[in-house]
Design a protein around this ligand. Structure first.
Ligand code: ADP
Ligand code: MG
Length: 393
């Protein structure tokens, strides 16, 4: 066991008085593009972060589960017997939900001792929740001797978040966490669940992907996410389609929508999903041909659509994108090629496609702007596409 894993193993020993059987990891993700398309049967293009949720685990002789997080020092205890939504609340519900979801699907589990640590920023729109779920689903299935394909692991983790935690998310976060590969973005068709690994290495072109946590007060009120989902479903009903994805297959042009959707808000929500699906496919083409200027424009167009049509951005992220795109060029900084808010919305992170050597200058410009406006100071890092969920030790 390498020294970095040893620390978690030692924490496990201190917590449970015995050795762990193994350590599993699952990453957070950045969605390059394809926002709020996953629950509409559409396309998404995420990649896995180097930041991961790690879980040290060992099976127990009984049906009890102990789950401890180093993040908050809390331990939750519950039995697999009688486990149901509502029985475990708070952060531990993400882990308990996964075990419930597995047993619901007919996989009999042993009791478990679990110790969790995470380097994924929490609540920043980088999916620390899916990272946690996917690390636990991997540990639990391995210890139970159950071998499931990636798409099924992702579905079980999503089921946990939807029906145990109560967050009606799509499949993207979990699928990115289990199925992403290093140096690639994952093109996922959320209707067929078919995937394609698209090479994504920016460094050879002196480019980089900047991730900035706006640290805007978290306003992803569950209600807003669910409301967007309901509006999309209402739009699909009015249009007489199963899911908004069909509009893409039918070659519907955005200009045709106003005549078919009399309600202005529904029109804008549907238009976002239709144009966003087209942008995901255009982004894949731009990546294939190395057309990075075009990729940048597509990212910025996605932000405009999220702001104007889907209305999920906030002043902090809007002005951040604006700053990234309009920084005056100088010897040591070039404006970003494109930028957009990522994640469910209402704050969280902004990503920008940038010249690699503009990192310091762009981050400083964004921080200056935040200071002037009295916003919390944003933090930033460069993200490279990393490996999906795996056993570490
Ligand atoms: P995001 O997925 O964007 O980070 P969410 O609100 O969906 O934001 O998920 C964050 C929640 O996940 C936290 O509030 C906490 O309940 C749970 N969580 C994630 N990682 C951990 C961890 N290592 N320890 C405890 N709770 C965690
Ligand atoms: Mg989440």
């Amino acid at each position: 066991m390498s020294s970095e894993h040893l620390a978690l193993a030692e924490h496990f020993h201190a917590a449970y008085g015995r050795a762990c059987t193994g350590i599993w990891a699952a990453p957070g993700r950045v969605n390059l593009i394809g926002e709020h398309t996953d629950y509409n049967g559409g396309f998404v293009l995420p990649f896995a972060l180097p930041q991961v949720s790690e879980v040290a685990a060992a099976a127990r002789e009984d049906r009890m589960v102990h789950v401890r997080s180093l993040l908050n020092g809390e331990t939750a205890e519950f039995s697999l017997d009688g486990l149901a939504p509502g029985v475990v609340a708070g952060w531990a519900a993400y882990a308990a939900g996964v075990l419930w979801s597995l047993e619901q699907a007919g996989h009999r589990l042993p009791g478990l001792d679990l110790l969790i640590d995470s380097t994924v920023p929490i609540g920043a729109g980088l999916s620390s929740s899916a990272a946690l779920e996917c690390s636990v689903v991997l540990a639990a299935t391995d210890l139970a001797g159950v071998d499931l394909p990636a798409a099924e692991l992702a579905r079980l983790a999503q089921h946990a978040e939807n029906d145990f935690v109560g967050m009606p998310c799509g499949i993207m976060d979990q699928m990115a966490s289990v199925a992403a590969e290093a140096e690639h973005v994952l093109l996922l068709d959320t209707r067929s669940m078919s995937t394609e690994q698209v090479p994504f290495t920016l460094a050879p072109d002196d480019l980089a992907l900047l991730v900035i946590d706006s640290r805007a007060e978290h306003r992803l009120v569950d209600g807003e996410y669910a409301a967007r989902r309901a509006q999309c479903e209402a739009g699909a009903r009015t249009l007489g389609v199963q899911s908004l994805r069909e509009l893409t297959d039918d070659g519907v042009a955005p200009e045709e929508l106003p005549a078919r959707l009399p309600d202005e808000v529904t029109l804008r929500r549907v238009r976002h999903v239709l144009t966003e699906n087209a942008r995901v496919l255009a982004a894949r083409e731009a990546l294939r041909t190395g057309a990075y200027a075009q990729l940048g424009e597509i990212l910025s167009a996605s932000h405009a659509s999220a702001r104007d049509d889907f209305e999920i951005t906030v002043e902090e992220t809007d002005t951040m994108v604006q700053t990234l795109l309009s920084v005056p060029a100088s010897d040591h900084v070039q404006p970003a090629l494109g930028a957009r808010q990522v994640g469910g919305g209402f704050g969280g992170c902004v990503i920008a496609l940038i010249q690699a050597d503009s990192f310091d200058g762009l981050l400083a410009a964004v921080q200056d702007n935040a200071r002037r406006r009295g916003f919390t100071e944003p933090t930033g890092f460069l993200a490279h596409a990393s490996a999906g969920a795996r056993r570490l030790a």
